[in-house]
Design a protein around this ligand. Structure first.
Ligand code: FES
Length: 81
C-alpha cells in the first residue's frame, strides 16, 4: 500500500493544499486506486520554507504546486502503485 500524505498546516493551506487534496482524491477515484493508496493528511511537516504544498510519497518529501498536482500524481504516485 502506497502512503500518500498532504500537509494541511496553515502555510500549506495558504499555498493551496485543499486543491492538491481534491485533485488527488479525484484521481484516486478515477483510477480506482482506493485499495492501493493510503491517502492521509498531516499537520505541519516542517517544510514550510519550500514553495508549494508539502506532500510525502512513502515518506519521501515533495513540494507540489496546486496547478501541477495532476502531473505530480501521474509521475510520482502512479508510477509507484
Ligand atoms: S504547513 Fe505544511 S510544511 Fe509547514
Amino acid at each position: 500500500m502506497l502512503e500518500l500524505c498532504v500537509c494541511i498546516g496553515s502555510s500549506c493551506h495558504i499555498k493551496g493544499s485543499y486543491n492538491v487534496i481534491r485533485t488527488f482524491q479525484q484521481l484516486i477515484e478515477e483510477k480506482s486506486l482506493h485499495g492501493k493508496i493510503n491517502f492521509n493528511s498531516s499537520f505541519c511537516m516542517k517544510q514550510c520554507q519550500h514553495p508549494g504544498v508539502a506532500v510525502t510519497v512513502d515518506g519521501a518529501a515533495h513540494h507540489v504546486m496546486p496547478e501541477s498536482a495532476r502531473e505530480f500524481f501521474n509521475t510520482e504516485v502512479l508510477a509507484k502503485v
